[in-house]
Design a protein around this ligand. Structure first.
Ligand code: NI
Ligand code: MN
Length: 256
């Protein structure tokens, strides 16, 4: 009996060892070495990077008062677009056409971009999730205009090399954020500008529904209607929940 157990143990160990060795050591090495970073370009424009993999979110450079980058210098394999207002879809088409990046958005937006010659795209709908080489994207509800006929504004739950981010897009506060909070979020990227989206009070309420590990404010100070002091938001959230708010200065990069 004991001998059988020992033999079984040896077989299990050999099998495990072989499968670990078979998993490309280079890939494991780069996974461990490459930092996962987030660059903020102002408004709702972010770039996620891990090694050579880049995911650009709501790219708006041309006409952005932040002047943190240009569409010409952007490089990505994926472009996520939350809705078709200019400050979110702005430079998506030109970057997609130049780089061949795959556009991930609602079907209405990918169809519209298809008419501009962008065929590398993944059309999705609210509630749907899709796996990609970097992880996955799930489209969430967003209470906001879509900017395209028949469409809906979206947010994203993005899994990127093990980090889970909720990018709210442009949205009002809504109670179902409590369900989004079940995704065990590392980061919540929330609009705080008010007028078109949540303001400071509602974004602070949102943190209570989402209970992320960290919060990053976005969509503020790019036009006179959405002037806010992110330091006020930081005080409100940290004072109420103790959840750290990271104010990422436009044009800078943090490690996630
Ligand atoms: Ni909008
Ligand atoms: Mn907007």
């Amino acid at each position: 009996m004991l001998r059988k157990i020992v033999m079984l143990g040896v077989i299990v160990c050999l099998t495990l060892g072989a499968s670990i060795a078979a998993a490309a050591p280079d890939a494991l090495f780069s996974w461990a070495q490459a930092p996962t970073t987030l660059t903020y370009y102002g408004q709702s424009t972010f770039l996620l990077t891990h090694g050579d993999t880049k995911v650009l979110i709501d790219p708006w450079f041309t006409g952005s008062p932040w002047k943190t980058g240009t569409a010409d210098e952007m490089d990505a394999q994926y472009i996520l677009i939350s809705h078709a207002h200019f400050d979110h879809i702005g430079d998506a088409a030109s970057i997609a056409l130049r780089t061949g990046a795959k556009v991930v958005s609602t079907s209405e937006i990918t169809r519209m971009l298809g008419e501009k010659g962008i065929t590398n795209s993944q059309g999705m709908s609210i509630g749907g999730k899709k796996n990609f080489e970097f992880g996955s994207v799930k489209l969430t509800n967003a209470v906001h205009g879509s900017g395209v006929a028949g469409g809906q504004a979206a947010g994203f739950i993005i899994t990127f090399f093990g980090k889970v981010l909720y990018f709210a897009g442009d949205t009002a506060l809504f109670g179902d954020m409590a369900y989004i909070g079940k995704a065990n979020l590392d980061y919540a990227l929330l609009p705080i500008g008010d007028n078109f989206t949540m303001g400071l009070d509602d974004a602070t309420e949102a943190v209570g529904l989402l209970h992320p590990k960290k919060v990053i404010p976005m969509h503020y100070n790019s036009n006179p209607n959405i002037m806010q002091n992110p330091e006020d938001f930081k005080k409100m959230v940290e004072g109420r929940y103790g959840t750290p708010v990271i104010i990422v200065k436009p044009g800078t990069t943090i490690t996630l």
